[in-house]
Design a protein around this ligand. Structure first.
Ligand code: ATP
Ligand code: MG
Length: 407
């Protein structure tokens, strides 16, 4: 069957007066992109998360544009743009410091993907290349959840809904597009995306999807480890880390992503208390507009676990500094099977943890050297939280803050 003969579902089209999204809600770069595409005769829509966030009254992080223009055609329209991606080919258009992601409507990959050079699956049936173009309807159906599949069409300011996303947004529910188990098999990362969206939007996961996630939770281990690193940052830096964390534990995903942390939590409830504190802290930082580095995020997430691992090495006779470095590095190398944390970040976390042992015993002679270390800034934040958690030694924290202030 040729692409054009594919039958697209009839969408629900809500005209401008029937919804709340206005052009004023879009960023200047997004508007320019939409109009340049439209004026060149192409279909141009805001797609996905931007439409969803505006409908629920949240400020979107960014806007993605979807069009029927092919990447090369898009490239020609935007002088300041570049082609990116392999799994999905996209164009990034630059407007000052704003980057707009422009993707071409993608086709369905049912049936005829055998030997298709635009689509490639690995031995687990996961998509590793997905560059077949299609109609807006096909594009909507291959997105993950109904709430993420809406289009805002610049031609008439309407919202186009192929999947029932509008109803699901109203009902505040995350629903898989198509069979949840099949969509999870295609891309296990969708499971943690479902939990993240439920947590950030305050939505519930629809029962059939929830069941499928619980059944297939272990398959998260098949997801690409570098991609999991990116997803983990989003999980805990989204501003709703505590809800997301509880959601992950509830559906059984957390243990497959962080097995050693889970074992520690089951062994000793103080690990759970620490984790909840840390998650709450991430959310407060976000609420105050403070940015948190990946280094600090992972250092705090694994903090108590790493401390235990350090301690057992020290008890076996190792010096504190190398014990810290080895404990952190060993754990994060084991974790890299599921979540690949880049080496430079591992090194930073190891240093930061090793500094904790030095910071326990303040010494004027070495203090100035320590505060100049690259990892000291994060080490001090970690130290402060740990001391507050333990409910002691505010003086020691003040001492280090003073030295840091002087240098
Ligand atoms: P966020 O606010 O986290 O950016 P988002 O919905 O914009 O949320 P992105 O990861 O930026 O999420 O992806 C943009 C859109 O691409 C999604 O809204 C969804 O329609 C589609 N998408 C992203 N990841 C997947 C996936 N794994 N499977 C199917 N569709 C996806
Ligand atoms: Mg997005």
């Amino acid at each position: 069957m040729d692409d054009n003969a594919r039958i697209s579902p009839e969408p629900v089209v809500v005209p401008r007066e029937g919804h709340s999204i206005s052009r004023k809600d879009l960023s200047p770069g997004t508007l320019k992109t939409l109009y340049r595409l439209k004026d060149a005769g192409y279909v141009a829509c805001v797609a996905g998360g931007g439409v969803r966030d505006l409908l629920v009254g949240r400020k979107p992080k960014d806007f993605d544009v979807a069009t029927d223009a092919h990447p090369e055609q898009v490239r020609r329209l935007f002088r300041n743009s570049r082609l990116i991606g392999r799994r999905f080919r996209l164009v990034h258009a630059l407007f000052g410091d704003e980057i707009i992601e422009i993707s071409t409507f993608r086709g369905s990959h049912d049936g005829d993907d055998q030997g298709n050079r635009f689509i490639e699956k690995n031995e687990h049936g996961q998509l590793i290349r997905d560059n077949k173009y299609g109609t807006p309807g096909e594009d909507a159906l291959r997105r993950d959840f109904t709430c993420n599949s809406l289009f805002y069409n610049i031609a008439d300011f309407s919202i186009i809904d192929y999947t029932g996303g509008l109803k699901d947004i109203e009902a505040r529910c995350i629903r898989s597009i198509g069979d949840p188990a099949a969509r999870i098999e295609e891309d296990p990362v969708r499971m943690i995306r479902a939990v993240r969206f439920a947590g950030t939007l305050g939505f519930t996961i629809e029962p059939e999807l929830d069941d499928a996630i619980r059944t297939h939770a272990s398959s998260i281990q098949k997801a690409s480890a570098p991609r999991m690193f990116e997803e983990c940052k989003k999980l805990f830096l989204c501003g709703h880390a505590l809800d997301v964390y509880r959601g992950l534990v509830d559906v059984g995903l957390f243990r497959w992503i962080f097995p050693e942390l889970t074992m520690a939590m089951e062994r000793d409830p103080t690990h759970r208390t620490w984790l909840e504190k840390v998650m709450g802290q991430f959310d407060r930082w976000r609420a105050h507009g403070a940015s948190v580095s990946a280094e600090l995020m992972f250092a705090l997430l694994f903090g108590k676990l790493h401390e235990d691992m350090m301690q057992s090495r020290i008890e076996r006779g190792m010096a504190p500094f190398p014990a810290a470095e080895q404990a952190v590095t060993d754990h994060l190398v084991r974790l890299s099977q599921t979540v690949f944390i880049p080496k430079a970040i591992v090194r930073h976390i190891a240093h930061l943890m090793a500094l904790q042992t030095r910071m326990e015993k303040p010494n004027r002679k070495y203090a100035n050297k320590i505060v100049r270390r690259q990892s000291f800034h994060d080490a001090l934040i970690y130290f402060k939280l740990r001391k507050r958690h333990e409910g002691c030694d505010a003086d020691l924290v003040a001492w280090w803050e003073e030295v840091a202030g002087e240098s």
